[in-house]
Design a protein around this ligand. Structure first.
Ligand code: FES
Ligand code: FES
Length: 209
């Protein structure tokens, strides 16, 4: 009979520590509220697991080395670079991608604001920009344009849509300031959104000027 450890590609060592891989192993992820299972080598990035194994191609691969922010997703509601994160390290964590941002009917206010302000040209960076923007607003770092530039500096846009991106962010910020969100009991939205501070999605230069 095959044990779970063998099925999952795990090897039992003498001191009982479990080593998984280097061959493909079963990795259980929780993506956009749904349990998902992928068979990947432990070296596979979260970005490749999402795009190539789960078909969630909204998350983009730009540089694949942590410099552009196109791959920004949330892990436990904190923004991370999926190209620098191992899929296997995300087991037991909640992953949110751009596909999970809206409620399935209406666009998230940040998605709508990007449309309202033409905050993209080719659109390749846009999913990462939006995931970062929603998160950093929740982190409380959008008091003025200088803060927006700084805290969005890990998300590069080769089309240089930065003024429009900032306008979209200001729209959502100001709407949130002027209209306190309703509680769930009052019929408020159940849209996903980061609850607290999180790390910046990347350490890129401030290219939002
Ligand atoms: S693809 Fe991940 S930072 Fe560029
Ligand atoms: S809209 Fe083209 S890279 Fe940003």
């Amino acid at each position: 009979m095959t044990s779970y450890a063998e099925t999952a590609g795990a090897v039992q060592t003498a001191d009982t520590a479990v080593v998984r891989g280097p061959h493909a192993v079963v990795v259980r992820l929780h993506v956009n509220g749904t349990p998902r299972t992928v068979l990947v080598e432990p070296r596979v990035s979260l970005l490749d697991a999402l795009r190539d194994r789960l078909g969630l191609t909204g998350t983009k691969k730009g540089c694949d080395q942590g410099a552009c922010g196109a791959c920004t997703v949330w892990v436990d509601r904190r923004r991370v670079l999926a190209c620098l994160t191992l899929a296997i390290a995300c087991e037991t964590h909640e992953i949110t991608t751009i596909e999970g941002l809206s409620d399935g009917v209406d666009l998230h206010p940040m998605q709508q604001a990007f449309l309202d302000h033409d905050a993209f040209q080719c659109g390749y960076c846009t999913p990462g920009q939006i995931m970062s923007a929603v998160a950093f607003l929740a982190e409380g770092h959008a008091a003025d344009d200088d803060q927006i530039r700084e805290w969005m500096s890990g998300n590069l846009c080769r089309c240089a849509a930065y003024p429009n991106i900032r306008a979209a962010i200001r729209q959502v910020r100001d709407a949130a300031t002027n209209h306190l969100p309703a509680t769930a009991a009052e019929g408020g939205s159940a849209r996903p959104g980061p609850a607290g501070a999180g790390p910046a999605s990347g350490g890129g230069p401030d290219a939002t000027a």
